[in-house]
Design a protein around this ligand. Sequence first.
Ligand code: ATP
Length: 777
Amino acid sequence: MSGPQTTTHSPPRRRIAVMTSGGDAPGMNGAVRAVVRTAIANDCEAYAIYEGYDGLVKGVDKKGNEMIKKMEFDDVRGFLGVGGTKIGTARCKEFRERAGRLRAAKNMIQKGIDALIICGGDGSLTGADLFREEWPGLLEELVKTGELSGNDIQPHKHLNIVGLVGSIDNDLSMTDATIGCYSSLERICRNVDDVYDTAASHQRAFVVEVMGRHCGWLALMAGLATGADYVFLPENPPPEDWQDKMGKIVETHRARGKRTTIVIVAEGAHDRNLQKIPAQEVTKFLAESLGLDARTTVLGHTQRGGVPCFYDRFLGTLQGAEAVKAVLDTTPETPSPVICMIENKIVRRPLLEAVKQTKEVAKAIESKDFGRAMSLRDAEFEEYMKVFNIIAGTGTENIKLPEEKRLRIGIIHVGAPAGGFNAATRAAVAYCLARGHTPVALHNGFPGLIRHHSDKPIGSVRDIDWLDAESWVNLGGSEIGTNRGLPSEDLETVAMVFKEYNIQALFLIGGFEAFTALSELRTSRQYYSAFKIPMTILPGTVSNNVPGTEYSIGSDTSLNALIQYCDTCRQSASSSRRRVFIIETQGGESGYLATLAGLSIGALAVYTPEEGIGIDMIKRDIDHLREVFAADKGKARAGKIILVNEKASKTYDVKTIKGIIDEEAKGRFESRWNVPGHWQQGTTPSPMDRVRAARFGVRSIEHLESFGGKSKDDIDEDPMSATVIGIKGAKVLLSPMEVVEKRETNWKLRRPKNEYWLGLKDMVDELSGRPYKRAEH
Ligand code: ATP
């Protein structure tokens, strides 16, 4: 065994079993791995129940194989990157009956298991809670019928249940994301992007049906991420005259010059009278009434399978680890929790409440109370709906502001591009136009502005129209051009151009340079009144090192690119076995990228600038590698990976580390070093970056427009006139720059003072079995 050694003197604290149930979802394997390894690291025994409740009820399969198996550290090796569920899942009729649950209870007692972590949908979690409720009665009955003795049941009087939500539909209330939903969204968006190209070539219309019987999350997010014209969702059905409404939108978009029409239909879509709206019916309308060359595409089960994306590996891992902690924390009185994610925070919620609320959505839909159905979804869902409507132009006829409140809003990109720059700009442009503002592109960052007069007649300042931005939704890079240069290169010219073009608000997108640029503009207001305008930065960088937020657009795209790279390296080692890859990651002075990638690929070790690299550390990791490879005995045909942030050490770069490892390995194993470099910026932005970019883009402009009509002095005095938008814990916030700059910024190391993810570094070590904690070196 290559995992951490457990104390063997006392009996194990708990026997914790994990099961996957209901429909499979990418990321379930990561959750199972995290449960098993966290349990072992906490001196518990881990069990896996194969084939969902079927395994629990039967105990052994037809061939006599155990379906409730004790798991060792190495048994979950290689799980993270695999789609579906490696421990199997099933729909089990017997468990719905008390007799089935009685057998299940007996099997559990016989194995000494008294804590069950279930990863599944609302049905699986309902079954689990019922099981817990009945547990004392089930045990009593087992004793009464003589199947078990009083002694047998004595240590297992209480059953702990913890839920993890694994579902591609993202249909559980009280959590923003379920394990699997982003991988599924990723697959849908990839398909719609492909269809978009052919649609644009032939000026066709495509109606794409996606999964979601009671929940329109996939349809809505896919619509937003791919620039669809219209979406059909079960919880927010279209008006009765949907043909007219949709027809007008499509015709307006076509009249403006759009060459494609994309409509996304959730499989459970219906009208306000609960009459099903099949994708084919929408296609027929587009073809017959609008005369479009229209086709239907049904994505089906391709949405379910495949390699989990970064976020699902991350979510599954964090939630699996948290579930074990929840088991260890709970008392017999604690209600069963379900592990949820709110924005960027893992939280525990009462399982029963979450399931009840989820079922209420279906009930509200059945009783045609669609307002209630929407309100029972999380707040994020409603906001995304609003953003979609604004961008697509649904119901935006009367939202124009009065003339005196309209602004000329400059949009500028600063620093290296990251996934989502264009999606944020597109959303900001659409919102500006809907409200009557004028969106103005400031091309090629601040150096573009500084060169503006010498570059004339083209210049760097141009109003953006709807069609310009419409097709940017899924493009990587920066369509308006970006540059690292700062305004301090020539503040006077920047102020002059702002004045000349009457820039009345500024929306910046970028990383630490953009943050610095905004700081420079804000602190120069006393010299240049042109900067006494509302300004907001949307953090966008692969490094995710901007103070004032825990998430920057582009970081998700980058993590997906990086884990794909690492998966490829690892696979290439499958024939040569004993090989370790030393891979250099970007991230500047922040180890975010390396740590989160490490967590989601199961890196053997992660070297970050926050921790630095020492010779002792390398030596210990070489010793660990020796043990791991020696224990392998040909079992694990996979390479090991050490991720090294580009600035983790001035001395030990990837090449040097490789040299040391080769020298010390003495032929027992070998190493390779790789630098993925700009590969990490990714190509097509991930759906998460696209939808969040759109949401934050709209929120930023909403904030900027709240200053419409205010005097320059009033703006100057208001700390909220220069802000950074971001996620902090469970909230999306706009924070005043003057506070963030002073209290939250490590200017020297160009990163936040408190990096929320630092604690995850220990989790990487724990889950990879690295045999020491950071505090020791
Ligand atoms: P998905 O969202 O993919 O459908 P789910 O967990 O909701 O996942 P279900 O088929 O509803 O999927 O439930 C999975 C299994 O959980 C069922 O086959 C059954 O064994 C058990 N289960 C579901 N509901 C109950 C219930 N009310 N009582 C007991 N067991 C249940």
